[in-house]
Design a protein. Structure first.
Ligand SMILES: [Zn+2]
Length: 280
C-alpha cells in the first residue's frame, strides 16, 4: 500500500545518502530524475527572456533564501549539513557525472558536445574566475540542461579562510552564474573536498546544497584516458556521483575518456542525469 511504499522509498533514500540521514532532512532533496524540466519548475523572478550579460543587475545577495513556491507556503530553508552529500538517491541505475574547475574553452566544449550527442545531462562546478571569462559556456551548459554549481571563485582551501573570505568566494561566483544562466546556483562543492562548518553554513545561507562525490577519477593526475575509463566503469553503481575535471590543466584525457565511458555506461543500462531539488 502507499504507506509501505513511501516508507520503503524513504528508507532507500536514507540508506542511499548517509549525510542526508545525518541531517534528518531527506525530504529536501528531490529524487534523481532525467525526465523533468531542465530547470526548476518554479517561476524565475526575472520577466521576459532570460537576461544575460551585465544588463540585469544580480539580486543574488538580496534574494530570499527560498523565494519560490506559493506565497502561503512556509519558507523552506536549505538545511545546514554536517557533511556533504556523497551520492544521489534515486531509483534504478542512475548516476551523476560532475566536471569541476571550469569552464575551459579548450575542453569544456568537447565535453558538452559529447554529453549532447548522447542527450545526457551533467553537473559543472565552475570557478568564478574561469566562469567570468567564459560566460557563453555557462549559458550553453544551462541551455543544454546541465546544472551549474558553485566551486568558489579562486579554488582556495576553504579551511584556511575566514568566514568573510569564504562568503566572498561563494557570492562572487554565485553572481556570475546567476547572470550567465538566469538563476543562482543551488549546489556547492568545496575545492579539494575540504569542507568546514562555515562552508556548510554559508552555502546553506545562499541556498546551496553541498555535493561531494562517490567515485574520484583522479583525472587531474593524467593517468591516461583508459585508466579514467576503468575507474568510472569499475565504480559504476546506482546513485554514484563521478568526479572529473574540465579545467585546471591538460584535460584532454578526461575529454577522451568521457567519449568512451559514457556510451559504455548507457549500454550497461545506466541513466546519467542530474539531481533535482524541491523548491519548497
Ligand atoms: Zn576543484
Amino acid at each position: 500500500m502507499k504507506t509501505d511504499q513511501l516508507l520503503t522509498r524513504r528508507g532507500a533514500l536514507l540508506a542511499g545518502a548517509a549525510a542526508v540521514a545525518a541531517a534528518g532532512t531527506a525530504g529536501v532533496l528531490g529524487a534523481v530524475t532525467g525526465t523533468g524540466p531542465a530547470r526548476p519548475a518554479a517561476p524565475a523572478p526575472a520577466p521576459g527572456p532570460r537576461a544575460r550579460g551585465a544588463l540585469r543587475p544580480s539580486a543574488y545577495r538580496l534574494r530570499p533564501l527560498t523565494g519560490y513556491g506559493p506565497p502561503a507556503a512556509a519558507p523552506v530553508r536549505t538545511p545546514v549539513r554536517q557533511a556533504p552529500l556523497l551520492e544521489m538517491p534515486g531509483r534504478g541505475r542512475t548516476m551523476v557525472l560532475t566536471f569541476d574547475d571550469g569552464p575551459d574553452p579548450r575542453y569544456t566544449p568537447d565535453i558538452l558536445d559529447t554529453l549532447a550527442e548522447y542527450r545526457v545531462r551533467a553537473m559543472f562546478f565552475v570557478c568564478g574566475e574561469m566562469a567570468v571569462e567564459n560566460r557563453e559556456l555557462l549559458a550553453r551548459m544551462a541551455d543544454d540542461g546541465h546544472v551549474v554549481g558553485n566551486h568558489t571563485w579562486s579554488h582556495p582551501l576553504l579551511t584556511r579562510l575566514g568566514r568573510r573570505e569564504i562568503r566572498a568566494e561563494m557570492e562572487r561566483t554565485g553572481e556570475v552564474i546567476d547572470r550567465a544562466v538566469g538563476e543562482p546556483p543551488r549546489w556547492f562543492r568545496a575545492p579539494y573536498g575540504a569542507w568546514n562548518r562555515a562552508a556548510f553554513q554559508l552555502g546553506a545561507e545562499l541556498g546551496m546544497e553541498p555535493l561531494a562525490w562517490t567515485v574520484d577519477t583522479l583525472d587531474w593526475t593524467t593517468p591516461g584516458a583508459g585508466t579514467i575509463v576503468e575507474r568510472v566503469e569499475d565504480g559504476a553503481a546506482p546513485g554514484v556521483v563521478v568526479l572529473s575535471h574540465d579545467a585546471g590543466g591538460d584535460r584532454s584525457q578526461s575529454v577522451r575518456a568521457l567519449r568512451s565511458y559514457l556510451p559504455s555506461l548507457l549500454d550497461s543500462g545506466y541513466h546519467l542525469t542530474v539531481p533535482g531539488r524541491r523548491p519548497a
